[in-house]
Design a protein around this ligand. Sequence first.
Ligand SMILES: [Zn+2]
Length: 187
Amino acid sequence: MISAKEAIKKLEEGNKKYLTENTGSGDISPAARLRTYENGQQPYAIVIACSDSRVIPESIFSAGIGELFTIRLAGNVIDDHQLGSIEYAVEHLGSNLVVVMGHTGCGAVEAAIHHEPSGFIKYITDEIQLAIGEETDPYRASCLNVEHSIRQISHALDIDHLRHGNDPAVIGAIYHIDDGHVVFLDM
Ligand SMILES: [Zn+2]
């Protein structure tokens, strides 16, 4: 299993490749399906991203079958179901890197800034409002929302303990939907 540092490098290289691709370039071949069926999965990173149809983690990082453990939901917010998924991948699949990836033009973040949604959407925007407070700039609000999700993961899960001292990391990133580049955030 690769280290968190190596995993970040792989994501950066995959994103660089994606910038000029017209189709997904990860390995989704029949051979990869069979290999991961027989040997199981060892995803090198866990990516928590928005459900937005323009944000496709496997494509963004040029990843194929068995490479990313992906959790997607509107606004990349965290609750117990997401925490359970992260815990599973860290403890049982050996992933050393957790990335919370927000994105520009996020409808969930903008709804939290400008509206008071009703129905089940409110569960998401209430959580984002907690994260962003009075912030009205969409980019800064997306960063705050990512940082909030990271705090929740760090607060709830002892990732170091789960990884038995393998020096795991939980980091943030913002995907730019206009040109496809990912900025990893300094936390
Ligand atoms: Zn979004």
